[in-house]
Every structure is written in C-alpha cells, then in structure tokens.
Design a protein around this ligand. Sequence first.
Ligand SMILES: [Zn+2]
Length: 241
Amino acid sequence: MSIETQLREKLATCTRILAMQELMGLFGHISAYDPEKGRVYLSPGMGAEKSTVGIEQILTTDVDGVVISGDQRLPAEWPIHTEIHRRRKDALAVAHLHSPYATLFSISSRKFRPVTLQGSIFDADIPVYEDPRLVRTTEQGVDLARQVQDAPVIFMRGHGVVIVARDVEELLYSALILEDEARKAVDLAALGEHRCLDHRECMAFGGRKDLPDRSKRAWKYYCQMEERWDKNPGTGRVPFV
Ligand SMILES: [Zn+2]
C-alpha cells in the first residue's frame, strides 16, 4: 500500500473516530504529512459530515496550502497544519479541535496538569496561544507554530486546541487522553481542591516513553468500535422499505 493510501485511510478513520467521540463535528480538522513528497493530507472543512468521511474526501495540498487534489472544502484554518508540518520534523500528524473540556484550559487561569496516569503524556507545561482569532493566514500559522515550539499541545485562547504527534495513531490517543484529563480536572473542581501528578510520578508511569505502544493498542480498539458504530440511532431518517 502506498504512503498516500495509508495516510488517507488513517486520516479518514481517525476523523470518523473523533466524530464518534464527539471531538469533531461542525468544527475541527486533522492532517498528516509526507515529508518525502512535501504533501499535506487534510480532512475536509466546516460543513462536511465527519462521521462518514472516506479516503476520497481527504484533501491533498502542498506546504503552502495549494490544493493538489480533492473537491471538498479546505478547512479555513489550514495554515495551522501547513506551518507546523513545515517547521517540525516530528510533526507528521496535527489536529485542530474545539474540544469541549480541553478548550476550557485556554480560558481559565488554572494551569493544566495531569490528574490520572494516562495523562502523564502531558507532563510538560502546555503553552497558550493568546490570539483568539481564527488562524486563516500564513503569518498567523507561522506565529502559532513558533509558539508551539516542541510541545505536544497548545491551547488556543477562547477557541480550541492544537495537538502535534508523530503519527495518526498517536494523534488520536493524545486527543482522547487530553480531553479525558481535562474533563476529570473540571469535574474534580466541584469537589474542591484536588491533587495532580507531579513530574516524578509522570516519569515513573512512562507516559511518553510508552506512547507508541499505548497509542497503537488504543487505535486498534477504537477502529473496532467505529466499525460497529451505529451512525443513525433511532433518527427515523432511514426510509421505509
Ligand atoms: Zn478553530
């Protein structure tokens, strides 16, 4: 299977899984990068039905955002992807999501810290991109990519998150764990003060060291879940036969 087919299949599957997990819908897009050819593969933009995206709906652009193939609408914030892929050798997959709970940490003065073992992949400080506008221009994309530096995540104030990963499997796992940790932290706030994991505890769990293995196991699990996901439960939209 060619690199292009592999990346298209993984991106389409990841898009459907993120839709199933309610992290992609009207908003949000993900990308993968082929550094050999300088090709960026992108999920379709706002308005596309993410739960049914297939390989034919994945767009291809160069690193300047010029569309090479695909008839879907390009995400308005495509420079987020192109500028991070261009600048970071390890950024082979990028997600921009308006994740409901993780986005709260772009607004709150409370700093994000892992609260459970799986969250130890986010041990390092997560930067905040202060500009609340949509990232629609190359200049804004460059500004964002510079502020991400080598972090795996950046919070975008009043907007969403960007997640950077070495492959699509890690991208999915990171997106799910970040949202789960954020939700737990928000729920914990109702109980008053709570404890977080410190750096030593995160290292002991081996979060980032074991990320490739854990993300591959999670990928397999969610692919199976997505295969049997009923996309239209009880909607009544299926015509009578
Ligand atoms: Zn956005």
